[in-house]
Design a protein around this ligand. Structure first.
Ligand code: ZN
Ligand code: ZN
Length: 301
């Protein structure tokens, strides 16, 4: 496993590598966009070059980004009223088209930075049928991959199962992969908190092994490209997305030992998206995850 974390890229994208190194990351996840606005950041060429040079010097990788939270490729393809949060709508936006444009931008900057993939929430149907949403998500990914050639892939993330989100079952993930053309640039990122909240027993002895056998049968294990390692603030199967520091939540240390030893996970980048003290993952969070991983392997030996 290549343990890493989601780190801030404020003050210039290359500072993310410094922050990752300071807490002991071997892999890394960053935002290449401000996650709460559609307006892309104009990364300076010297920042992009510095990001690549520092990552290479540190031997850090795989590197991934997380797509901005506004992207919803499942949204209906039509103009809808929009405005500032909590205020009356002031103008119209086609959220589907904005999402495709933003994904193209994410893939282009991802390619420039040498990222392996862009982690993306699959999307939500916003009241439309599941089939309609899956069709739009697939078409949107195909368009974005066509317009942004290169190696940088899309890694679709399973959801915690809230509301009308797509991607809470492996059958749904498979439908989306097929709709997206199923090529090598379509992969998946599984989040341990989202699995737990969706009712997958990842915390039980042998639980993750069974979950990944199902994933392999339904989706294909070669499509699993990244793991988000988060504990859960909320109980099993409650369909809510609330991350806790690894070992401190409802999955707990025993649950983490059960899942971290799973053979099918061993080659993956493992990204912590935990609160830390409120400022994100700390060195001690990575150290604890590594210690639990070592204990998990010893238990299986
Ligand atoms: Zn995640
Ligand atoms: Zn989450």
């Amino acid at each position: 496993m290549r343990f890493g974390a989601h780190v801030s890229s404020s003050g210039g994208i290359s500072k993310a590598i410094d922050r990752g190194l300071a807490i002991g990351c071997e892999s890394l996840q960053v935002f290449t966009h401000n996650p709460r606005t559609w307006v892309p950041i104009r990364h300076k060429p010297e920042e992009i070059a510095a990001f690549r040079a520092k990552a290479a010097a540190a031997g850090m990788g795989p590197l991934v980004s997380h797509g901005l939270y506004l992207i919803n490729l499942g949204a209906p393809d039509r103009e809808q009223p929009t405005g500032p949060p909590g205020k009356p709508a002031t103008r119209m936006r086609n959220f589907y088209r904005s999402s495709v444009e933003s994904l193209v931008q994410h893939l282009e900057i991802g390619e420039a930075l040498g990222l392996e993939g862009v982690v993306l929430h699959v999307g939500s149907s916003r009241g439309d049928t599941l089939e309609g949403a899956v069709e739009r998500i697939g078409a949107g990914i195909r368009e974005a991959l066509d317009r942004a050639p290169g190696a940088c892939a899309v890694f679709l993330e399973n959801t915690a199962g809230a509301g009308d989100t797509v991607g809470r079952t492996f059958e749904q993930l498979r439908m989306v992969a097929d709709a997206a053309g199923g090529g090598p640039r379509v992969g998946f990122c599984l989040d341990t908190q989202h699995l737990f909240a969706s009712g997958f027993p990842v915390h039980e002895p042998g639980g993750m092994d069974g979950v990944l056998e199902d994933f392999d049968r339904i989706v294909g294990i070669e499509r699993l490209r990244c793991l988000h390692l988060n504990d859960s603030k909320v109980p099993f199967a409650c369909n809510r997305d609330r991350h806790e520091n690894v070992g401190d939540g409802e999955i707990g240390e025993d649950g983490m030992r059960n899942l971290l030893g799973c053979p099918a996970l061993q080659g993956l980048p493992v990204v912590l998206e935990v609160p830390g003290d409120g400022d994100g993952p700390r060195a001690e969070d990575l150290a604890r995850a590594r210690a639990l991983h070592a204990e998990a392997l010893a238990l299986r030996a």
